[in-house]
Structures are given as structure tokens and as C-alpha cells.
Ligand binder design. Structure first.
Ligand code: NAD
Ligand code: MLT
Length: 311
């Protein structure tokens, strides 16, 4: 019987599918060395974002046929190294779209109404209504950077909230943007005009530090930024500096250049202007069942000798 290693927590639905055709071992929190030491015994590896599948892991995985990422981003897998060895890498491109979009919308509304700090204040025994006067999103302009699956759903819901929509995406037609109620514009205009900026694009060499001291300086002092896409698209030191100097009004972040976020990150000392969540975009019961099922089915098929849809 083939063997599958599951090295990050995944939903039981995925384990049940894999168990139909393989021996499934769940071992989470392995160090890179521990993973490299045991991976040689396995035909398949199933991960979320926690496991880093490096060249060393791939070299040690002499029996590996497939790596399954229960989620969208395969940036924690050395895909070129896997491809050179003929190991297929698969993911779940759509399983957590709604979860991530809803998290971005929740962040936007929480930031506007100071919900996390107001909650802490009431629980601390206070009753301070004046301190938490927020702002409405109705009739405000939302700039969506990256109008793919998640960005499109965010745009659709934001439109229903009465927001005006700008979008920047170099790979999307003006026609597609218009169907979603968005005006497709250049990035500098979106940065200048948006009251809220929400990021839904991949991190690539071109998008690294897209939001930096220079671009932050072009935004309005009332602008609020939401990043539920990937860490590293925002220069975190520049963002912390801009927030502390009132260059912009707020930021809600789910993803960070280094995860877990370091204890000394300047983001941790920001006040009510920042909301930080620990990469929870895909953390809904529904999304975790979707991604575990999608990826487990692909691993099962490859172990049965059927063709794979690679990431
Ligand atoms: P997608 O591929 O459907 O959409 C990404 C869009 O970004 C595409 O339309 C693409 O044309 C656009 N794009 C590419 N380069 C760009 C650039 N330089 N400027 C502007 N747009 C650009 O992907 P998706 O499923 O919508 O995911 C979006 C992001 O969210 C990804 O980075 C993904 O890894 C991340 N994500 C995070 C979580 C989370 O837990 N926080 C969950 C799911 C996805
Ligand atoms: C993804 O790429 O799917 C998300 O970042 C969520 C996750 O890592 O589980």
C-alpha cells in the first residue's frame, strides 16, 4: 500500500479520502531536518502553508510522486525542484476563495468600526462609546488590486455595500472589470483615490513591496489598507511608520513577510489603527473541507495511476 505523509493540520475529510488507497501518517510540527529524514518512506506529501518543501526535502523524497498543497499558494514548495524530479505539485485553486474574500471584508468593516479594540475595552470593564466613533464604507471608494477569484468576490460584495469600485489588474480586461462594477485604472490613480485598498494578487518579484514608503505617501490620510493576499507585498516597516505618522488611517493584515510574525515586528506595537490576524483567510470549516477534499482526491488519483492536474 502506498504511504502518504500529512505534515500540516488538514480536515478529516481529506484523511478519509486518502485512507481509501494509502496508509496515512499525520505528523505535524516536524522540523525541516525531521521532515527530510522521514520523507524517503513516502509516496505523497500533503501540506498547508506551515511545511516548507525545500530542495533538500525533495532530494530526500526518493519515492515521492506528488505533493498536495491544501490551499492556493504553492510558494512554500520549491516547484522547479519538484518538477525536475518528476514530482507533481497540486493545489486547490478555488476551495478557499469565499473564506479569504469574507475575511478581507470582515477586516475592512472591523477596521472602520474599531471592533477589536472596542471589544477589548468592554471586556476590560469600560463603557466608552465616544472613543470608538468609526467611519462608514457606504459611498466610499474601494481599490481592488488583483481582480481574480478572491478580488472579484470582494468587489461583488463591496458593491452591494454601496461602495464605488476601482480595480488594478494588468491581466484583466476592462470589460471583465466593468461587469463586476469596477473601473479599471492604473495603480498610481488607485493609490491616490481609494479610501480602502484591498490586495488580492500573488507575491512575485514584481509585486514585492508594491506598497512602500513612496506609494504610501501618495495615499490620502484617510486611506485604510487590507492585505489578505501574501506577506511581502507591503513593506511592513514603511507601513508601521506611515501609520504612526498618520500618513494613512489604518491597515488590517492577515499575512506577513515572515510567518509567524516576529515578536519584535513594529506592526505589533501599533494601536487601534492596525488589526493583525494570524493568516486566517482560509480558516473556515467550509474552506478547510473544500481544500482537503480537492487535494486528497488529486493525490488519490495519482496514487491510483490516473492523470493529475498540476498547480
Ligand atoms: P487569482 O489567481 O484568482 O487572482 C490573482 C489576480 O492577481 C489575477 O487576476 C492576476 O491577474 C492578478 N495579478 C497578478 N499580478 C498582478 C499585479 N502585478 N498587479 C495586480 N494584479 C495582479 O488568485 P486568488 O485565488 O484570488 O488569490 C489571491 C491571493 O490571495 C493570492 O496571493 C493567494 O495566495 C492569496 N490567498 C490568501 C489566503 C489567506 O489565507 N490569507 C487564502 C487564499 C488565497
Ligand atoms: C492559501 O494560499 O491557500 C492560503 O494562504 C491559505 C492557507 O495557507 O491555508
Amino acid at each position: 500500500m502506498p504511504k502518504v505523509l500529512v505534515s500540516d493540520p488538514i480536515d478529516q475529510a481529506g484523511i478519509d479520502i486518502l485512507s481509501q488507497v494509502a496508509q496515512v501518517d499525520v505528523q505535524t510540527k516536524l522540523s525541516p531536518d525531521e521532515l527530510a529524514n522521514i520523507i524517503g518512506d513516502y509516496d505523497a506529501l500533503m501540506i498547508r502553508s506551515g511545511t516548507k518543501v525545500t530542495q533538500a526535502v525533495i532530494d530526500a523524497g526518493q519515492n515521492l510522486k506528488i505533493i498536495g498543497r491544501a490551499g492556493v499558494g504553492v510558494d512554500n514548495v520549491d516547484v522547479p525542484a519538484a518538477t525536475r524530479r518528476g514530482i507533481v505539485v497540486v493545489n486547490s485553486p478555488e476551495g478557499n476563495t469565499i473564506a479569504a474574500a469574507e475575511h478581507a471584508l470582515a477586516m475592512m468593516l472591523s477596521l472602520s468600526r474599531y471592533i477589536p479594540v472596542a471589544d477589548q475595552s468592554v471586556k476590560a470593564g469600560e463603557w466608552n462609546r465616544k472613543a470608538f466613533t468609526g467611519v462608514e464604507v457606504y459611498k466610499k471608494t474601494l481599490g481592488v488590486v488583483g481582480l481574480g477569484k478572491i478580488g472579484s468576490h470582494v468587489a461583488t460584495v463591496a458593491r452591494a455595500l454601496g461602495m464605488k469600485l476601482l480595480a488594478y489588474d494588468p491581466f484583466i480586461s476592462a470589460d471583465r472589470a466593468e461587469k463586476l462594477g469596477c473601473r479599471l485604472v492604473e495603480l498610481d490613480l488607485l493609490f491616490r483615490e481609494a479610501d480602502y485598498i484591498t490586495l488580492h494578487l500573488p507575491k512575485t518579484p514584481e509585486t514585492a513591496n508594491l506598497i512602500n514608503a513612496k506609494t504610501l505617501a501618495t495615499m490620502k490620510p484617510t486611506t485604510r489598507i487590507i492585505n489578505c493576499a501574501r506577506g511581502g507585498i507591503i513593506d511592513e516597516v514603511a507601513l508601521a511608520d506611515a501609520l504612526s505618522k498618520d500618513v494613512i488611517a489604518g491597515a488590517a493584515l492577515d499575512v506577513y513577510a515572515e510567518e509567524p510574525l516576529g515578536p519584535d515586528s513594529p506592526l505589533r506595537s501599533l494601536d487601534r489603527k492596525a488589526i493583525l490576524t494570524p493568516h486566517l483567510g482560509a480558516s473556515t470549516e467550509e474552506a478547510q473541507i473544500n481544500v482537503a477534499t480537492d487535494v486528497a482526491e488529486q493525490i488519490r488519483d495519482v496514487l491510483l495511476g490516473l492523470p493529475a492536474k498540476s498547480a
